[in-house]
Design a protein around this ligand. Structure first.
Ligand code: NAD
Length: 284
């Protein structure tokens, strides 16, 4: 479906401007994908360098895409570095992809609620934190919806659209329509530990990491999964997802990651997988 991507997609249901907060692995790629899909995108991060790096990564994606399908308009101009967050006031949709911490997300949405247009959809890309916990500090929690992309964004079509009993049905529908408008596959699911995909994938990855602690070779584990038909092994997947994210997912799912295990040791050392160049595997 992504091959059919048009450079000048029609904005969906009044959604034209997207503001993305967090320009890391996910936010940067989400912003790039939305720009490719015809939306006007502003990209914010506490770290201005992260925004610059994400925009540079996006240019590579745009160039690659243009070789296959010449752009009919200037996609580069649709992705704007916005470290100050000036895009918040005009955005129709705000997607949060900052660090996986409940307190940080709570504070962020509390602030966004006051600064965004009343009609703006407020969305979190959280991997695991229940919507009700993120929205706890908001005056109107019904505005918050989960829009959960998978890594790498440009390659994986699935996006979970997460709601709970408190979410406004019209907000869920707009989020679902947005996902269709960016040529992804929306899976509307109820909020709950790990939602659907990480509920299933989390234990699989974490059991594989436990096998590593028990002395099994990473090559053997990953080769077995690939031979079984998975596109990559669970250890490589954990490194790709980010070991900090894996640890957060484990916590949400109530799976204990042993203090003396390699997962916690890697995270404590800042070796978070592919995004830092080192995790269970070396990525340099
Ligand atoms: P990351 O560490 O690569 O990026 C997070 C970025 O957020 C950093 O650049 C950081 O500077 C910035 N940031 C932190 N606090 C901020 C704030 N208050 N305001 C603005 N920017 C802030 O993390 P990531 O892997 O991109 O994950 C981001 C979110 O996406 C998390 O909620 C994570 O659970 C979720 N997610 C991750 C994956 C994955 O595979 N990595 C997949 C789906 C969802």
């Amino acid at each position: 479906a992504s091959e059919a991507l048009k450079a000048d997609a029609e904005p969906f249901d009044g959604l034209k401007r997207v503001h993305v907060i967090g320009a890391g692995v996910m936010g940067g790629d989400i912003a790039a994908w939305c720009a490719l899909s015809g939306f006007e995108v502003t990209l914010q991060d506490l770290d201005a360098g992260a925004v610059d790096r994400a925009v540079e990564r996006a240019q590579q994606l745009f160039a690659k895409r243009a070789r296959r399908q010449p752009a009919r308009d200037n996609v580069r101009a649709r992705l704007i570095a916005d470290p100050e967050g000036n895009g918040i006031a005009n955005a129709d949709l705000i997607i949060e992809a900052v660090v996986e911490r409940e307190d940080v997300k709570q504070a962020l949405f509390r602030d966004l609620e006051a600064r965004a247009k009343p009609s703006a959809v407020l969305a979190s890309n959280t991997s695991s934190i229940a919507l009700a916990r993120i929205s706890r500090a908001m005056d109107d929690p019904s505005r918050l919806v989960g829009v959960h992309f998978f890594n790498p964004v440009a390659q994986l079509p699935l996006v979970e659209v997460i709601h709970d009993a408190g979410t406004d049905a019209a907000v869920v529908e707009r989020a679902r329509g947005f996902v269709v408008a960016i040529r992804k596959y929306p899976l509307v699911v109820k909020s709950g530990p790990g939602f659907l995909v990480n509920r299933v994938l989390g234990p699989y990855m974490l059991d594989a990491l436990r096998r590593v602690d028990e002395g099994e070779s990473i090559d053997v584990i990953d080769a077995a999964a690939v031979a079984f038909g998975m596109p990559m092994g669970p250890v490589e997947l954990a490194d790709t997802v980010g070991l900090d994210i894996c640890l957060a997912v484990a916590t949400e799912l109530g799976i204990e990651a042993p203090a003396d295990g390699r997962l916690r040791q890697h995270v404590a050392a800042g070796n978070l997988g592919s995004k830092t160049g080192q995790g269970y595997l070396s990525w340099t």
